[in-house]
Design a protein around this ligand. Structure first.
Ligand code: GRF
Length: 193
């Protein structure tokens, strides 16, 4: 690992809900040879369960409601720049970031999506894969570009769908893989820096 001599990536995690990926990334950031340091948790939802992890792990949180998207994004950019953030991890973040925002952090925004992209972009992936009688689904870590769920893929993990699967049971199994995949993808990128 090329970590020696290189600073850790100052990371902000964006969430909207439960935040299991957030907690998983926090745990990853606490490992001995981790490449990331989580400086900020950003949420568009003041009731997001995941905000609890801000308190638990003593990480600064900030809520932007996105009522005025342009304004909020401007304030987020300022906040991120002020904290020298050089990696943004979207983890269940439900707002679509503008082209301008993405341009400000070009090549530094990652997302995790619960499907085998480029298949099943967007919402309700588990329901759609089951309805379509797919044999496999999975999860993907990819760069964020202005086209939804379409940026370059960093890593992907396949998960077999069983006949008994419901969207809930499949989501649960895929989430286990998401928690393995996101840190692995970050390590991969860091080693290529
Ligand atoms: C995950 O399945 C992620 O892939 C998707 O939203 C879900 C978020 O879960 N984008 P959590 O909030 O990290 O528990």
């Amino acid at each position: 690992m090329k970590l020696l001599g290189l600073h850790k990536l100052k990371t902000a995690v964006f969430i909207s809900g439960t935040g299991s990926n957030l907690e998983n990334l926090i745990k990853f950031s606490l490992q001995k040879k981790t490449p990331i340091q989580i400086k900020l948790i950003i949420s568009d939802n003041k009731s997001a369960k995941g905000l609890f992890f801000s308190k638990k792990y003593k990480i600064q949180k900030k809520i932007y409601r996105f009522v005025n998207k342009r304004n909020d994004e401007k304030m987020i950019i300022e906040k991120l720049k002020k904290n020298n953030i050089n990696l943004i991890c979207l983890a269940g973040f439900m707002k679509i970031l503008s082209k301008n925002f993405i341009k400000s952090f070009k090549g530094k925004i990652l997302n995790i999506h619960p499907s085998l992209l480029p298949k099943y972009k967007g919402l309700n992936t588990h329901l759609r894969v089951i309805r379509n009688k797919e044999k496999f689904s999975g999860c993907t870590v990819h760069f964020v570009t202005s086209k939804l769920d379409s940026g370059k893929i960093v890593l992907q993990k396949k998960v077999k769908i069983s006949k008994k699967d419901t969207p809930t049971s499949l989501a649960k199994r895929i989430l286990v893989q998401e928690h393995l995949l996101y840190p692995k993808a970050i390590k991969k990128l860091f080693n290529n820096l």
